[in-house]
Design a protein around this ligand. Structure first.
Ligand code: SF4
Length: 462
């Protein structure tokens, strides 16, 4: 018995795990202050993505479309970018950063977005908006390759490389969080504050858990500023938490500006949070304070109450963004659970070379499958026709129908999680995240025990 990594054998996708590259670029763009992205394509490329974000965060925010129509598909639609930039600048006087995000259609048409940006910089911006600070950043995200994950990675790298500028060292640590929730950002900031590290948290969406204020303002926006992005070239180090969501930008800063860089691990679970803090210590020289040792102890105490008694041998399937899936699998193994099936939803050929996957292959002593280019049918088919028995599913809301249909308890984690209240507020990273995640899994299993009358009496004497 071992851990097998293989690509889905079927052609085509049934019930995809991911959406397309422009979605990832849009997620990166909402993390920047005074920024509205223009998606160059049909309106649906924004409308459905924005809906997904809004469903997940239960918030409102701004994204624009160049709204390409039939004539553009035939004759080219680059003029729509020029018009969209002008309209956006007129309508939103505060906007300074405009990522121009391409889509499948406009990449196939062959619209020269880079050329349009040069033309706008030399023409419209100087003639109509002289003196106004405007940054137009072309981001190429054709949706016929990669996924939302690669789209995020490409956008983060393109935006960082556009702004990063060498000057005096600023003594700060760059933290590229990857695709996380507001609650994760709060938890990460807390860890860094405890360790007294001055950090630039990049593509920072903490305020997407935004208050409804007496003046009625309720539009969410990112918090990463132009100054933050410029300063990335002057940091004392970079940590990218996720290999596939921000790893490219971290690598760029290292290659271009000699910024010491550590990529991963995603701080899910005790082990990975320990490594994250050790990495912060390595780059900043700051000691890990007693307060975090205590926080770690509280988390370990909580997990010890659950692990052997309730989690041991529980079979789990996990799907979603690759760094998240791998981090969750590592955490489940530490909790004595058995991740049986990991689904990675795009055709990235390098997954088998990921050292964390190689580590799983070396150490797992039962039949675990890791499927790349996967869809949700890979999960459903194994349950329905392949005899896969599961105690728990970990994944985003798009898999809820499998949980409901086959009566398998599910913990919502990842993106999007629109069918449960407030999940974006709860961290899954750090010691607090490990505790919350383990208790959420335990409580979900307890509810299932009661619902199915499966040894629920144990809970009377626990
Ligand atoms: S697949 Fe193409 S058309 Fe559909 S949302 Fe993505 S970029 Fe737009």
């Amino acid at each position: 018995m071992s851990c097998e990594v293989k690509e889905k054998e079927r052609a085509g996708i049934i019930n995809p795990i991911f959406t397309c590259q422009p979605a990832g670029a849009q997620f990166a763009s909402i993390g920047i202050k005074e920024c509205i992205g223009i998606v160059h394509g049909g309106q649906g490329c924004v409308m459905f993505v924005r809906l997904l974000f809004s469903q997940h965060f239960k918030e409102s925010f701004e994204l624009a479309s160049s709204s390409v129509h039939e004539d553009g598909a035939v004759f080219g639609a680059v003029h729509r970018v020029e018009e969209a930039v002008d309209v956006l600048l007129m309508r939103y006087p505060h906007v300074k950063v405009i990522p121009i995000i391409t889509t499948c259609s406009t990449e196939v048409i062959g619209d020269d977005v880079d050329g349009a940006v040069i033309k706008l910089n030399e023409g419209l911006l100087q003639e109509k908006y002289p003196g106004r600070e405007v940054h137009l950043i072309p981001i190429h995200t054709p949706s016929f390759k990669g996924s939302q994950v690669t789209g995020y990675d490409v956008a983060v790298k393109d935006i960082v490389s556009y702004f990063a500028k060498k000057s005096e060292p600023n003594g700060k640590l760059n933290l590229i969080t990857g695709w996380v929730n507001p609650g994760d950002v709060t938890a990460l900031k807390h860890l860094l504050a405890e360790i007294q590290v001055d950090a630039t948290v990049l593509f920072e969406i903490e305020s997407f858990d935004s208050p409804l204020m007496p003046d009625g303002s309720s539009v969410s926006h990112g918090n990463t500023t132009i100054e933050d992005l410029i300063g990335t070239a002057n940091a004392l180090g970079t940590i990218a938490l996720n290999r596939y969501e921000g790893g490219k930008a971290a690598q760029y800063l290292q290659n271009e500006f000699d910024i010491p860089t550590i990529i991963g691990p995603t701080p899910i679970g005790i082990r990975n949070t320990d490594t994250f803090l050790q990495n912060v210590k390595k780059l900043t020289g700051k000691a890990i304070p007693e307060s975090l040792v205590r926080e770690r102890g509280i988390a370990i105490d909580a997990l010890t109450d659950l692990t052997h008694m309730f989690f041991a041998e529980k079979k789990v399937a996990i799907y979603g963004n690759p760094d998240l899936v791998i981090g969750l699998a590592e955490f489940c193994l530490d909790l004595e659970m058995k991740p049986m099936l990991l689904l990675l939803g795009d055709d990235n050929k390098t997954y088998p070379d990921d050292p964390r996957i190689k580590e799983l292959q070396k150490n797992v002593d039962y039949g675990m499958e890791i499927i790349t280019n996967a869809d949700l049918w890979e999960l459903e088919n194994r349950i329905k026709n392949g005899g896969l028995e599961l105690d728990l599913i970990l994944g985003h809301s798009k898999g809820r129908f499998i949980s409901i249909e086959y009566n398998i308890p599910m913990v919502r984690v990842g993106f999007p999680t629109y069918d449960r209240a407030g999940l974006y507020r709860h961290p899954i990273v750090g010691y607090a995240g490990a505790t919350w995640l383990a208790e959420e899994m335990a409580n979900t299993l307890f509810t299932d025990m009661e619902y199915k009358k499966n040894k629920e009496w144990i809970l009377n004497v626990w």
